[in-house]
Design a protein around this ligand. Sequence first.
Ligand code: HEM
Length: 357
Amino acid sequence: MNARGTHSAAAKAKWDRLQKSTLLPQPRYGKVFKSHIFGSPTIVSTDAEVSKFILQSDAKVFVPSYPKSLTELMGKSSILLINGSLQKRIHGLVGAFFKSPHLKAQITTDMQKYVLKSMANWSYDRPIYIQDETKNIAFEVLVKALINLDPGQEMESLKKQFQEFIAGLMSLPINFPGTRLYRSLQAREDSVPVLLTLAVKYLSDSPSALQQLLEENMRLKKLKDQLGEPMCCSDYLSLPFTQTVITETLRMGNVIIGVMRKAMRDVEIKGYLIPKGWCAFAYFRSVHLDESNYDWPYEFNPWRWQEKDTSNCNFTPFGGGQRLCPGLDLARLEASIFLHHLVTQFRYLLSRTKPYN
Ligand code: HEM
């Protein structure tokens, strides 16, 4: 569908092609099916309600578990694999960053600083690789937030928490304690660069969305300039169209395609049995691209979110339940800051001649 709600024959043909070529629920298998795709017996759920149940269950029912082939790809320290008290502590630590107004302001200033620093080096005579640029920014923000904590009472208590946490890790039989936490968070930090790279791509293909994004951000920039005030965290997050662009990119882009769990006992959900010891794969991508949940699911249409709520089980880019991504606000903030400065300072053209991997 285009921005104003009309479907072209070309779009329909593209949708039919995509339907056939991707791993979408095929009616003959149903929405929940058995597979060995990762080398372990796995129940794949493409059903939003079944996936919701999997996400909401605690560690007595399901624990995170990824087949060997995948853990080798992700690295053993991946945050997706951590469980028990370690998981709770990391979760709390990341969540704490966003609960404190002082930290929030600090992180916004830092993110802004690194985004502007990166963009200051851009020039019109060479291509800019968005994923590389955003990776550098995300890395700098993370290092600043975790290591170079500025002085202040709140910072002190957080630093203490962090040191205790590292000390706790030392007592565990893991190779290199500090690096483990760092690497796990860093692995997670790759998701924002992927999100932004996709946003730039989708916006390039949707001039009307880009135009509306530009207008919204320009309006705010002019207002702030007139008032002589710097942009703050709530300014960035208050731009409604910018948020729908991020939401739509999360839906279509599926930065995390799904999560896996292992059943600790036989579990029955909506008439499906997941036997003890089997893996369950909550496949978000399939739910996010399901025609019965979203009209014209392969169309980048930020406007669809103007009437739709993001808090429902058909939209889970950040997971859900106890393991809901604690970095979700940070991710949205970072994305909003980057998009704001990108559209208000640059006109860009997507290079189609030289694919970059
Ligand atoms: C577009 C960006 C992001 C996406 C799509 C994303 C997605 C997710 C998802 C789906 C999970 C749940 C995993 C599960 O249920 O097993 C998760 C967990 C997590 N995320 Fe994010 N994330 C993003 C950004 C971030 C950022 C920026 C941080 C922190 C700096 C972060 C930190 C974490 C942590 C610590 C967990 C583990 C939570 C736990 O197990 O309790 N994420 N993320």
